[in-house]
Ligand binder design. Structure first.
Ligand SMILES: Cc1cc2nc3c(=O)[nH]c(=O)nc-3n(C[C@H](O)[C@H](O)[C@H](O)COP(=O)(O)O)c2cc1C
Length: 316
């Protein structure tokens, strides 16, 4: 097996070359990495979250390393959707990147307006609706933590765009699957999960919080088993594709998410550790497919064999 191996996956009407997407906020606007990574070799690039207007974000310190992860409260610093379209999108198009635009809104109308503007732009492959940023008051969590809020914002955006629509879910809820269901009911083409977990870290010598916003979002390997469980739960609840993320550092981690039910995956924090990770991830997935005689990577999705687990569960 080799030449005939198929790494492509489908997210609604969108076909990705492979299941690997750079996660929002961890890959700039894509163009910053263009000299290090062949953007066209990625399944997609999810750009930093955009509001309608420019934003400065929180004062520093905004990130701190934690055991097996990092805490951030950037505060959604960004250049705004119009500058993105004029200053970044042309180069992303020239580099043949599959561009997923992550958007944020303080109000439902702001999500709608940004989506309308993006729908008229050339070169946007999909919209990822960030309704899950834990780091700012008006960062979408007010929508993402309420089932009606989720349904309302997804339905409203659905009415103004034909672009594939991917609400990004927060893990800071008790039953994430119900939010996947609300998204699907409102017309989402897929859901992505997870955003970061609300967390904090304190310098015990000074008794001060380690980041200026006091609380922030935890990412990296520390969150991976919880994220995998959440993807698995959503897979039971909805038929639309799931894009999984949270602590992926190598091909095996990516494959774990796919077996749990993710059609594609995003990689965030690991890109800060090793920006050259992408070809290694692609080679690692190809190698796994060869060893397991899997011709189409899409055939891996949701193939968890629970038989042994079930037996253990009933035996105890
Ligand atoms: C520094 C930083 C900035 C982030 N900014 C965004 C953002 O703008 N929009 C968004 O939806 N998620 C954002 N995230 C969340 C990531 O896209 C991802 O959901 C999360 O970090 C889990 O994946 P990981 O463990 O691979 O990093 C950010 C994460 C980090 C670490």
């Amino acid at each position: 097996m080799g030449a005939e191996m198929d790494l492509s996956v489908r997210i609604g009407a969108l076909t990705l070359k492979n299941p690997l997407i750079a996660a929002s906020g961890c890959f700039g606007y894509g163009v910053e990495y263009a000299d290090l990574v062949d953007l066209a070799s990625l399944g997609g690039v999810a750009v930093k979250g955009l509001f309608l207007a420019e934003r400065e974000g929180h004062p520093s310190p905004r990130i701190v390393e934690t055991p097996a992860g990092m805490l951030n409260a950037i505060g959604l610093q960004g250049i705004g959707v119009r500058r993105f379209i004029f200053e970044k999108l042309p180069e992303l198009r020239a580099r043949r990147a599959t561009v997923i635009v992550n958007i944020c809104g303080s109000t439902l109308d702001e999500y709608v307006e940004i989506s309308r503007i993006l729908s008229d732009a050339e070169g946007v492959a999909a919209i990822e609706l960030n309704i899950s940023c834990p780091n700012i008051k008006e960062g979408g969590m007010q929508f993402g933590c309420s089932l009606t809020g989720t349904f309302d914002v997804v339905s409203a955006v659905r009415k103004v765009t034909r672009l594939p629509l991917i609400p990004k879910l927060t893990p800071n809820v008790t039953d994430v699957a119900s939010f996947a269901r609300a998204s699907a009911d409102a017309g989402a083409d897929a859901v992505s999960l997870v955003n970061t977990f609300l967390a904090m870290a304190i310098d015990v010598e000074t008794r001060r919080p380690k980041i200026s916003n006091v609380v922030g979002g935890l990412s990296g390997p520390a969150i991976r088993p919880i994220a995998v469980r959440m993807v698995y739960e959503c897979r039971q609840a909805v038929k639309i594709p799931i894009i999984g993320m949270g602590g992926i550092t190598d091909a095996r981690d990516a494959i774990e998410f796919m077996i749990a039910g993710a059609t594609a995956v995003q990689v965030g924090t690991a890109n800060f550790v090793d920006p050259f990770i992408w070809p290694k991830l692609i080679d690692g997935i190809s190698d796994y497919m060869r060893r397991h005689q899997i011709a189409r990577v899409a055939d891996l999705v949701g193939t968890l064999d629970t038989a042994a687990g079930d037996k253990e569960w009933t035996a105890s």
